[in-house]
Design a protein around this ligand. Structure first.
Ligand SMILES: [Zn+2]
Length: 129
């Protein structure tokens, strides 16, 4: 989750480097109006806490996806070499399931984490103070 605001002078997004769970906590820590310079035009913005919004952290999302795909390739290959390859030809469908498990386990873990992240974002954006 990444917090950001839209500059009222140039309409560009500026990310904020805070790690807070919800809007109320942001209010407690930084007050109702937060002063911050726009990263694009440099204008000083007085941002009301309700103008701050949460969105996905794109770089982190990309890194986590690359890691997940790496794990999918590694695990399916690992399962294949250890449990499928070299066994009798009768393994057939079971072999397919074993390799599929190697692909699906990392994807499942990633999906759970991503849904958790989306839940946090929705919670932040839905609750105004
Ligand atoms: Zn600006």
């Amino acid at each position: 989750m990444r917090l950001a605001f839209i500059c009222k002078y140039c309409n560009e997004e500026t990310p904020l480097n805070f790690v807070v769970g919800d809007r109320f906590r942001f209010l407690v820590m930084h007050g109702e109006n937060y002063s911050c310079r726009c990263a694009k035009c440099g204008a000083l913005n007085e941002i009301h806490v309700n103008r701050i919004y949460a969105r996905t952290n794109k770089p982190l999302l990309i890194v986590s996806l690359i890691f997940t795909f790496g794990m999918m390739i590694y695990l399916s290959n690992h399962f294949y070499t250890n449990y499928v390859s070299g066994r009798s030809l009768n393994i057939g469908l079971r072999g397919v399931f074993i390799v599929a498990a190697g692909l699906l386990i990392p994807l499942f873990i990633w999906s759970c984490l991503y849904l958790f992240e989306l839940g946090k974002i929705r919670r932040f954006n839905d609750h105004r103070v």
